[in-house]
Design a protein around this ligand. Sequence first.
Ligand code: ATP
Length: 253
Amino acid sequence: MASMSLPCRSTCCPKLMSTGLHMVDGRISLSDGDRRFEVHVPELQLDPGQALALTGASGSGKTLVLEMLGLLRAPQGGTTYRVGNADLAALWQRGPRNPELAEMRGRLFGFVPQSGGLLPFLTVRDNIALPQRVCGQPDPDWCASLIDRLGLGDQAGQYPASLSIGQRQRTAIARALSHRPRIVIADEPTSALDPSSADQVLVLLLETAAEQGAGVILSSHDLDRMDRHGIARRSLKLEAGPPVTSRLEGGSC
Ligand SMILES: Nc1ncnc2c1ncn2[C@@H]1O[C@H](COP(=O)(O)OP(=O)(O)OP(=O)(O)O)[C@@H](O)[C@H]1O
């Protein structure tokens, strides 16, 4: 099981600012004609090896927050966002096509999409090796170790179409970890799985990430499962509008 450490604000533990993920005042605002939706993260700290679940009603903005954390969606101005010593908010200010932003996205983060998101024309082994190739750091021994650890030895030469959903999610977890990212971002990684596969996949994700000191931030509707696995929870709470605002609650030293 992953070793969990308590969430902590930078104001009282400044040392942590140089290691984990830290966001202050992360905001996204979307509009669509008359409709406006805002999501606000007052503060979020994720320490190395820690796991955190974002919960909240459907449409409360969990995916939007994960996208903002994973550098897939720009926060509005005024946000503080660092992973370790990297000032990611400053990178956004240099424009969305800034090549350093893409480099940081690829290097710092590993992603586990809800449905695996594997490339259909690559084998399991090549899907897992892909982030290493993108980062220019091939490490076949680590790939082999992940394949072994995630129980994918018999499937390593197969293509995603011939895998079960659980095997696809285990491949996606191995791929998310193959370039040794600082943070793994997983959007409802177990929602397509039966209960026992969901538990197995979650344990593999948490244990493998914790072993390499990666933080895990995931979204889930399954509060009982998060509690059973000892995963700290933070909830997004919708407030009536206009604009409809969803705010991340809690989080203190
Ligand atoms: N262009 C837009 N204008 C206004 N609101 C928008 C726009 N695009 C998306 N939204 C709103 O943003 C929210 C998207 O939330 P998101 O997909 O992050 O929710 P979620 O918590 O992940 O939901 P689920 O649990 O169903 O996956 C929704 O409430 C949606 O209505």
